[in-house]
Design a protein around this ligand. Structure first.
Ligand SMILES: C[S@@+](CC[C@H](N)C(=O)[O-])C[C@H]1O[C@@H](n2cnc3c(N)ncnc32)[C@H](O)[C@@H]1O
Length: 172
């Protein structure tokens, strides 16, 4: 009975996530590695945010390039897994958080999102808002679903790269 209850809770936690974003499915590591090398060569000067960081694979790949990497993950089980797999790596942080409710840190340079088509408009709005608020350009790398209403500056297989620049404040 206890096992059934535990399994039901785990299934529920993984299932409920779909109301807030993409369900758990890890990016293909070799594809990401190629994207971090050729599409957007990550450097130690970068600070990457992974929107829904799952088991933290993106964070660990980013850290291999010397970049700082923070993951926001809504599923507490995956936050634990990510923490365990990334422990000891000072470049990596994993936060139990709903991305839509987070303000990005001022040091962010690139946001990574393996999302679903349903969320691409909200993602685009969020990136523009954050670029405006921080008054700095932000790069978004998507995997899987691409943005419908914005032109990618570069792409490679399943990865697309977008640039968000702060909108000029209208003069009164
Ligand atoms: C498709 S997986 C991507 C995992 C990882 N980024 C990768 O590329 O391998 C999406 C992840 O986002 C998480 N997620 C969904 N909605 C979220 C939200 N609103 N805030 C934070 N994490 C979310 C899910 O729990 C899942 O782990």
């Amino acid at each position: 009975m206890i096992i059934i209850t535990v399994v039901a809770i785990i299934v529920l936690i993984f299932g409920l996530v779909v109301f807030r974003g993409a369900p758990y499915l890890p990016s293909h590591a070799s594809e990401v590695e190629a994207a971090f090398t050729n599409l957007y060569p990550l450097t130690p000067g970068d600070m990457l945010i992974d929107v829904g960081s799952g088991d933290g694979i993106i964070l660990r790949l980013a850290a291999k390039h010397g970049a700082r990497a923070t993951g926001y993950e809504i599923n507490p089980i995956l936050v634990g897994v990510s923490w365990l797999l990334s422990r000891g790596n000072r470049l990596i942080r994993t936060e139990l958080a709903d991305f839509w409710r987070k303000e990005l840190p001022p040091e962010v340079t690139i946001v990574y999102a393996f999302s679903i088509s349903r969320d691409t408009s909200s993602l685009m709005k969020k990136l523009q808002q954050e670029s405006d608020r921080l008054a700095k350009p932000l790069t978004l790398m998507t995997y899987g679903a691409s943005l419908e209403h914005k032109k990618a500056v570069k792409k490679r297989r399943g990865h697309h790269l977008y640039l968000f620049t702060p909108l000029q404040e209208e003069k009164a």
